[in-house]
Design a protein around this ligand. Structure first.
Ligand code: BG6
Ligand code: MG
Length: 223
């Protein structure tokens, strides 16, 4: 197998599809109800952060404190808006080259799974037409602890029966890369954010600019 790579685990949001703007619209709407204007810069800090973690940050930035019941209400409301935002997601919303990368894994008999912090991951992966390709899915509904805790990836690796140190996790968020590293995985940053490289074994910019051979070679260099 290329570079000793045994298996891959993919984050969903920002790695297989781009939902960041849809989350942003819904959080901004909620923020406005609280008299707080969420900026695109602050929104970037929410990347990879769980729904509850995101609300806590927004409340902190807004200088608000709310009880658990009210917070649950707000999260439910935000999610209703988010669900209507993702309503029209389709195959067109797969990140370019993602499906061909999965093809390369299939051709090389390298198993792969999904490790997403989103409670909507199963809905989204179905909408973008990739559900049939993922035999192993662990999402925000399956874990007790959110990224940067490695639980979501460790659970996926356990389902897949793969050796963690030979499994690459593809992640666009710092929280997810910290989780991957804490868990002992090969942490592959995905995207162009300058802060990824501090937390990743290496970074790939997008699926069209890489290949399984290249990733195998980069992994081989780590050993
Ligand atoms: C992550 C996103 O994948 O999922 C975060 O990067 C989001 O922005 C988190 O907050 C939780 O998503 P959801 O769908 O459970 O609200
Ligand atoms: Mg992500």
């Amino acid at each position: 197998m290329p570079g000793g790579l045994e298996a891959c685990i993919f984050d969903l949001d920002g790695v297989l599809t781009d939902t960041a703007d849809l989350h942003f619209k819904s959080w901004r709407r909620l923020g406005r109800e609280l008299g707080y204007e969420l900026s695109p810069e602050k929104n970037r800090e929410l990347k990879g952060v769980s729904r509850a973690g995101s609300l806590d940050l927004i409340l902190k930035w807004a200088g608000r404190e709310l009880d658990a019941g009210k917070k649950q209400q707000l999260m439910d409301r935000k999610n209703q808006w988010y669900l209507s935002e993702i309503e029209n997601l389709g195959e067109k919303d797969q990140l370019p080259g993602a499906a061909s990368f999965l093809d390369q894994l299939d051709r090389n008999n390298i198993p792969y799974g999904l490790g997403s912090g989103s409670k909507n991951a199963r809905t989204i992966v179905k909408k973008i037409g990739l559900a049939h390709r993922f035999k192993w899915v662990v999402d925000g509904t399956d874990v007790q602890k959110s990224k940067p805790d490695p639980e979501v990836f460790v659970k996926a690796a356990n389902l897949m029966g793969c050796k963690i140190c030979n499994t690459a996790v593809f992640e666009d968020s710092v929280a997810g890369l910290i989780a991957a590293r804490k868990g002992g995985f090969i942490a592959v940053g995905f995207g162009t954010d300058s802060n990824l490289s501090d937390h990743a074994d290496f970074v790939v910019e997008n699926w069209e600019k890489t290949s399984l051979d290249e990733i195998g070679a980069l992994i081989a260099e780590l050993n």
